[in-house]
Design a protein around this ligand. Sequence first.
Ligand SMILES: Nc1nc2[nH]cnc2c(=O)[nH]1
Length: 159
Amino acid sequence: MDTSDTHAAHLERAVAVAVANVAADGGPFGALLVTSDGQVFEGANRVTSTNDPTAHAEVVAIRAACAALGTFDLRGSVLYASCEPCPMCLAAGLWARVDAIWFAADRGDAARAGFDDATFYEFFAEAPEDRSPPVRRQRTASSGEPFDAWRALDSHTGY
Ligand SMILES: Nc1nc2[nH]cnc2c(=O)[nH]1
């Protein structure tokens, strides 16, 4: 059973990864993915160094764990982040099926350092028709075909 000391120790490490990443010209974000058997996978923000806007610390940690473990399902794992996950990272944690997410600093702290995490949460709080940039549906004749093909295939790998 994880104690609050365990969570604090993992968060301290995520924060240390974030601080070290600043000196390496990366964003001030670090994350740890800890599996149920205690394996630890670290991620540091790599957005500017790899020209990848999705390379947030949490996503980097999830990708490292999935690549090393050979799975897309991290059930039983816990994601620790130096800062509250942005909506993308939160969704990545959901898709990875992690059991819990813990964070240290919050979206307000990130905003004070010039990051848009809080702004992007506000995007989802807006009514869909008021969101900017707009996200609009355009039905097409073939839009159902991918799901038809998926349902028709007995051997598909669900996730
Ligand atoms: N939590 C988090 N927020 C961010 N905002 C910009 N980059 C990041 C990141 O790597 N992690």
